[in-house]
Structure formats: C-alpha cells, structure tokens
Write a protein that binds this ligand. Structure first.
Ligand code: SF4
Length: 336
C-alpha cells in the first residue's frame, strides 16, 4: 500500500502522474523540486523504509538507454539497459540495489516517451540488426507493473519495431499484462531462480518457485518466449542436488522450444555495496560464507565459484543445447 507519493515539479502535470494519482487516491501527494532531495540523502534507514516505501514520481533526464557490459548479453551484438524504475517490491538479501541506493523508496520515471525515443534512436543506428534492451537491472520488470503500467506502455513500441528486442527480467508472477496481448517474438520474459530452500531464506516476498514455473508455463502456452536466469548462483549444501531438482522442475514443464535463453551468473558485488549490506544485515549467513574481495568485487572464492558454475553448466547442458546457454561475467567496475 502506497501511503506517500512524492511528485517532482517538472512532471506534476504529466498525464501518467495524473493517472497514478487518480489510481492511488488514498496516498498523500508531496511536491518536490528534484527527486534526489528525497531519494539521495545519506543516513536514511533502508530497512525501515523497505517496510513501507513511498513512491516517487520523477523525470529521467540524460541518457536513458545505456550500454551493458560486453559479457552480459544473451547472444545479441547491440545491448542496452534502461531503468524506468529504481528499487523493487521484493527484498532479496543478495540484491545489489540495497547496497547501491541510500533509499528503499520506489522511484518511477514517468516520462516513458523519452525512454522510447532513446530506444528508437539506438535501434535506428543498426537498421538491419537486432538491438536488445534490458529493463530489469534497477528494478523487477513486472512486480510493480500495477503501479507503473510499464508493460502495456512499452509493448506497442516493440510490436511496431521488430528489430528492437526487450528482456523483461522478473521474479514476479504478474504476467497478466503480457497475457492480455498477442505474443511478440522480440520480447523475452526472463525469470530468475534459486532453489526453493534458498529462495525461502534469501528472497523475501518473492513468489514460490512453483508459482513462477506456473507463470512461465502460462506464458509459453500463450506463445510468449521465456528466459531462465540462474543469477546469482548461491552456494549451499547439497548444491548439485538442489540445482538439479530446480532445473528438472522447470524443464519437465516448460517446452524447450519456448526457452529463448538460459544465463548463469555467479554471486558478485562491488566492495562498497557489500560493506553497506553487511551493516544492514550483520547476522546474515550469506555474508559470512566463503567470500573474498578481488579487484574491488566481493564474490565466492575462485575455486568455489568455478565449481558451482561448472556444475550448473553441466546440469543444464543435459537439458538444453549449448547455443541457448550464456555465462555472465561481470567486470569489477560494473554494478550489475
Ligand atoms: S527481485 Fe531482483 S531487484 Fe528485486 S530485490 Fe530481488 S534481486 Fe533485487
């Protein structure tokens, strides 16, 4: 339940702002000159805010479609990400957002038309090539769709521009906005997973593994392609068994031809973010595991990371062809 909505002056009269305010009549609107006044101050209590985040409606200025690191794609040559929202409904202990942002409030940039215009111009630069746009780095793409109406606002653009490809990355089962539309070949809804026991411990508020598989099933039955994101891989006891059983549960239900891609990424976190997260959750076991800091990034010790990635890779290659599998490596300076 949103109780407070901050509204940046520059978009106070934007039709999307007006529409959101109408849909949340119980919320108290508070004007602000710049969203950063509310979002950026240091010393805010992230854990407290996470319990009842406010919504901040703002205007995204500057470059709205940014290149992703080279090693992060899913087969395309031209890749960009964009963030129409900051922060997330869910509360995953490993989420880098809590290390990166001083506030847990949701920021929604309402000037979608400017995002779409930037997406259009990046697409136009490669008229013959697929250009990928990733929407779920600074938020979950679907979890707050009932507020943002992001999907219904962006799908028409991708319908009209088939060389532009969209990845919706999510742990949500909020797939109605997609099911209400005819499927698009250039849109992939990519679901992130860890085994259920790990999810229960670390992914607070996230729908169960089985309900996410069910959402994937419904989408594929309606002709939408899905992706699978095993990222971050979390080390645990009975690692092989747990991940094997997760993959089995998914692939025994989802037809292989509807799986666009599977990606694997190890747990990694820029050092300063990790430090902040440790402070937020000093008793969290995840942060006390076999981790090391190298080149400014905290990750599992090299041998553990390699072993776990290899195990997942081998398990997956028994189920999918190699061309659908992508290994994500992240450069130390990036925040993904
Ligand atoms: S679902 Fe993704 S964005 Fe949301 S808290 Fe979890 S890791 Fe962060």
């Amino acid at each position: 339940m949103i109780e407070i909505i901050y509204i940046e002056d520059s978009i106070a009269q934007h039709p999307r702002t007006i529409d959101i305010l109408k849909r949340f009549p119980q919320a108290t609107p508070i004007p602000c000159a710049n969203y950063k006044e509310v979002f950026n101050p240091a010393g805010q209590n992230f854990r407290l805010q996470k319990k009842k985040p406010a919504l901040i409606l703002a205007e995204k200025k500057g470059n709205r479609a940014l290149p992703i690191p080279e090693t992060y794609g899913i087969g395309g040559k031209y890749n960009f990400y964009f963030s129409h929202m900051l922060n997330c409904l869910y509360d995953c202990r490993y989420c880098f957002l809590q290390g990166m942002y001083p506030s847990a409030h949701y920021v929604l940039f309402v000037n979608f038309e400017d995002f779409l215009s930037d997406i259009q111009s990046k697409t136009a630069q490669q008229p013959e090539q697929p250009v990928w746009f990733f929407s779920g780095y600074d938020c979950d793409s679907l979890a707050l769709d009932h507020i943002s109406q992001f999907t219904q606002s962006f799908l028409p653009h991708f319908r009209a521009n088939p060389t532009a490809h969209l990845e919706l990355r999510t742990k949500s089962v909020n797939i109605k906005p997609l099911l209400n539309n005819d499927p698009l070949k250039n849109v992939v809804t990519a679901f992130s997973f860890t085994p259920q026991e790990i999810s229960t411990q670390l992914e607070h508020g996230v729908p169960s593994v089985s309900s996410r598989i069910n959402a994937m099933k419904k989408l594929t039955q309606s002709g939408w392609q899905v992706g699978l994101r095993i990222d971050p891989i979390i080390d645990c006891t009975n690692f092989s068994k747990r991940y094997e059983s997760l993959f089995f549960d998914i692939f025994s239900i989802i037809p292989l031809e509807m799986i666009h891609s599977v990606s694997l990424g190890a747990f990694r976190m820029p050092g300063p973010f990790f430090k902040k997260m440790e402070k937020l959750y000093p008793t969290e076991k995840l942060f006390a595991g076999s981790l090391e800091k190298k080149q400014g990034v905290v990750s599992y010790k090299k041998e553990i990371e390699q072993k776990r990635k290899e195990t997942c890779k081998n398990l997956l290659l028994q189920l999918i062809p190699e061309e659908k599998l992508f290994l994500c490596e992240t450069a130390p300076e990036t925040t993904f």
